[in-house]
Design a protein around this ligand. Sequence first.
Ligand SMILES: [Zn+2]
Length: 687
Amino acid sequence: MEKVYNHKKVEKEVLKIWRKENLGNPEKEKGKTFCIIMPPPNANGRLHMGHALMLSIQDTIVRYQRMKGKKVLWLPGFDHAGFETLVVFEKELEKRGLSRFEIPKEGLYKEILKFTNQKKKEIRNQMKELGISCAWKYEKYTLDKDVVKLVLETFERLKDDGLIEKSERLVNWCPKHKTAFSDLEVIFKEKNSFLYYIKYGPFEVATVRPETILGDVAFAVNPQDERYKSYLNKKVKFEHPLTGEKVSFPVVFDKRIDPNFGTGIIKVTPGHDFFDFELAKKFNLPIIHIFDENGKINLKGSKYYGMNIKEAREVIVKDLELKGLLIKKESYLHSVPVCYKCESEIEPRPMEQWFLLLNKKFKLPKKLKKLTKKDYASLKEIALAGVKLIKFEPPRFKKILIDWLKQIKDWNISRQVVWGIKIPNSEDVFDTWFSSSQWPVVTLKSFGNNVFKKYYPTDVMETGYDILQFWVSRMIFMGLYLTGDIPFKKVILHGIVRDEKGQKMSKSKGNVIDPIDIVQKYGADTLRLGLLMGNEMGKDVIVSENKFIGAQRFLNKIWNATRFLILKRKEIEKLNRKLKEPKKFSQESKKILKDFEKFKKEILTLMEKDKLSLALEKLYKFFWFTFADQIIENTKKKIAQGNFEAYFVCERLLKEELKLLHPFLPFLTEYLWKKIGNKTLLAREGL
Ligand SMILES: [Zn+2]
């Protein structure tokens, strides 16, 4: 055996063995089934540290389950990632001096498909370098024909149940990306702007958006506000502050109006404000669109026509000032909704979109009746009933999810981009999460009912806590809706990968550590060890190159200890060829073995509870400080005295430790397992 641990040689040889043995293919295994559907990486970039973390955790789980005698299906896949991919591709186009709006839709789709197919290939190869034991023959892509067919069937079924509505509603619109978003894709930023006090008909009105005066249709006040009581059910006639036309606005009363904001009376712009849109529905007010898809004023004939929001605001404020209608302006700090991708201010815009109605009740099939104890319920209600059956690690995320589900609103599932699954009879495509939400069902169903029945509900969904709402919640109601069963029995959530300063890794910050670089420099086992050590589920993971350098020392330690024992065996055999393990051990040896049994039980208990990092830490400490530093050291002395029994105790312990360490450090342990004389595959040994 080589003197020094060479990760490149070890990992190359072991990969060959696993490939030959078809590791990962569930048909090669017997026993009870165990299934994880891998969160499909976006087919638009490289494998990053977040992926490496997710793959390390899941591979550890499935390897453990396999060694517990389960028939494991870990189903890999890729996501076309609709809008996300479009943004990446747009940057590629920009490098070539092009814009997506200049390329015909058909050609653009084909180009992006080619791009994602190339990326899939690259990421797949990178995943293979990590040595993960997923079932490659079950790989799925969200744009596979059979997947798309099932997604469209779901859409039809939802329509039949009356849960899809195409209607004009105010939606979150990004003027740069020219698409609508769901509420989840909108983030809020603190911004300093002005609150303008304007003489508006008979009133003084405060607003942060004077440019929307062009779309105003009413005033609104709180019914408790004494100042405006005399206007109840009245209309006011006045000269429009910008156009000078004679207009007549109703004054509506609604208790949600804050009497302490500005002067207590607000202007109502249903075309460009979510709350005002609700008021318009309640009081039957007209809705005026004043901005086009680029965020420019679309009122033909108006002097403001074609101006963008910023320009229009400046000119309109000036005009009001000239007319003596601007009373004052105050600086004002408020939070504004922005696009999660480009941080452009979101412009609420009335548009005809497809909505999934999450609060509408529908007639339940048998299984869901039993679950909810109701004949009719909404998707939200079935999700709230189903989530109770799912375990969470860490458990605190269950409450977060329930609270979120309780306030869930209708889901805008249409996007105005070319890249995605087309909504039938529409120019739009589905929100990428619409297909993702069905992932556990459609992946398994695409292999036929037998596979589906065998593995659904899946056992574990392991993913990042940052997509609990985007993905986990939606898989729960869609899984229940489509099958009557929860899609997974347990949810395990990991944190976000951050650098030493606690910052997220990003190209622009220049703090990215590429997992494949680490694999090449220190090995895939070291990468896993660095990512799993000290990583408590649900907490963010700090990653630095030093961590990997430290991790590799442990691999060297295992290598050296094993090599020492192999050499000792040869020495002993030279002295006594027929030497065998004694039938009976001494009291001292028995105690060591008994203590180890206890230790092993502790490890298995931790693994069952998904406390991977705690188990790993204990294994690390035991190997280093108890096994190598004490037991092997004592054995050296005993062998020197001609007592060989202690050697056999070491050999037993080493075998067991390699098994327990295998889910965490699969390459090195598999390699050493062979070196100490085993012919079988460690990955399929029983624990
Ligand atoms: Zn945007």
